[in-house]
Design a protein around this ligand. Structure first.
Ligand SMILES: [Zn+2]
Length: 395
């Protein structure tokens, strides 16, 4: 068998203990598949913020270095752009429409969770979309068996069907990673606590996590917090009263602080209705209780209003004091920790899957609208500027 140089380098890299770096030592000019050249690389997983070239081979990050001399089959000129790990959005409804995953991918989202678009009855729909998505995708099953309903997922308590949810999970164990419980008064009414108990029961039996949709619940938040375990997720953490995470004197509730201490995640979940109000955002941000993760609560409708895209959601926090690298951490390395399926992502470490988001950071005057038509003016905004998935440039 004759190997050309490229195949030889690959054989070395894939084989017994040789790394791509040592293979490159054999041939100083070994070609890569792709080099993203000259961008400002921000990788919070290693506290890197510097101009670097990122080289990719065999779908993985092969080198992150200044002025790489090696050649590549394809080069992306990233001068003037940010080069960050592919974004991971843990609360979307991209599983609701067929082109959801590809639309999000164009925004730099190389991994997502469909968070409860469907319950047991139609779970096959988001599961099928997640399975055929170009990027890694996982699904939360709504504890309401009919999924999201205009008149409330679990207003009829019988819809919070433990057996049906358990069966749905059993049918799709490879893609379902948790149970979603939407608890607002217009979704669950007075059933919120019982709905959460049932979601918790299903999740615990299957060894999965719960994500609660908080805000404007009938039951007081401390009582709901009691049921959350390490690894569970609270989304819509900036929801305004009643039952927000701060009291009327602007202090984070002790039960919320305790939940974070024991390992419950607090997530943004931007969305369009009832989840985000600037005065609550401001008060919470001032306490220092910052989100663990950003997420969009993306829907096709959100694409046209308020949410737009993940980089836009990230930008909303700059003028509340969040530095750029911290904003990126919340959309990359932090998000990769929440669900195990994403754990080797959210980083540009050599050896990691080569999922990369290119972003443009523009300065100017940008209007951001909350879920209550209040506007705030920001002075910096991130725009999607290209995606690399599994080492390949997304067209
Ligand atoms: Zn949602």
């Amino acid at each position: 068998m004759t190997l050309n140089r490229r195949q030889f380098v690959r054989a070395l890299a894939a084989g017994s203990g040789y790394t791509a770096a040592s293979a490159r030592g054999v041939f100083a000019q070994a070609p890569y598949d792709l080099i993203v050249k000259g961008g400002r690389v921000i990788d919070p997983s290693v506290r890197l913020d510097a101009v670097r070239d990122v080289a990719v081979a065999n779908g993985r990050i092969a080198a992150v270095e200044a002025d790489l001399a090696a050649s590549a089959i394809e080069t992306i000129d990233a001068a003037g752009k940010l080069v960050v790990p592919g974004l991971i959005d843990i609360h979307t409804h991209a599983g609701r429409v067929k082109d959801g995953p590809s639309l999000c991918l164009a925004d730099g989202v190389t991994g997502f969770v469909d968070a409860g678009s469907q319950g047991a009855d139609a779970i096959a729909e988001p599961v099928a979309i997640a399975r055929s998505a170009p990027q890694i995708a996982r699904v939360l099953v709504n504890i309401g068996r009919a999924g999201i309903l205009p008149d409330g997922d679990t207003m009829n308590l019988a819809r919070a069907d433990v057996g049906a949810a358990r069966d749905a999970i059993a049918r799709h164990t490879d893609l379902i990673v948790g149970v979603k419980a939407r608890l607002s008064r217009d979704v669950a009414g007075t059933n919120d606590l019982e709905v959460l108990k049932r979601a918790r029961e299903v999740a615990s039996q299957a060894g999965l996590q719960v994500m609660i949709h908080m805000g404007q619940t009938m039951t007081a938040l401390p009582q709901l917090m009691e049921l959350l375990r390490p690894g569970d997720v609270v989304t819509h953490m900036f929801a305004p009263p009643p039952n927000s995470i701060i009291d009327d004197r602007g202090r984070i509730l002790p039960e919320v602080l305790a939940a974070r201490r024991r390992g419950v995640w607090f997530d943004v979940g931007n969305g369009r209705t009832g989840h985000l109000r600037w005065d609550t955002v401001e008060k919470v941000m001032q306490t220092g209780f910052w989100p663990d993760t950003f997420s969009t609560d993306w829907t096709p409708e959100g694409r046209a209003a308020q949410v737009f895209n993940f980089p836009n959601v990230m930008s909303k926090f700059f003028d509340f004091g969040m530095p750029l690298d911290q904003a990126i951490a919340r959309a990359t390395v932090n998000a990769s920790r929440v669900f195990e399926a994403f754990r080797d992502r959210g980083t540009l470490n050599v050896g990691a899957p080569a999922d990369i988001a290119l972003l443009e950071l523009r300065s100017g005057s940008f209007e951001f609208v909350d879920n209550f038509t209040n506007t705030r003016t920001g002075h910096q905004k991130l725009f999607p500027a290209g995606t690399v998935l599994n080492g390949k440039r997304v067209a």
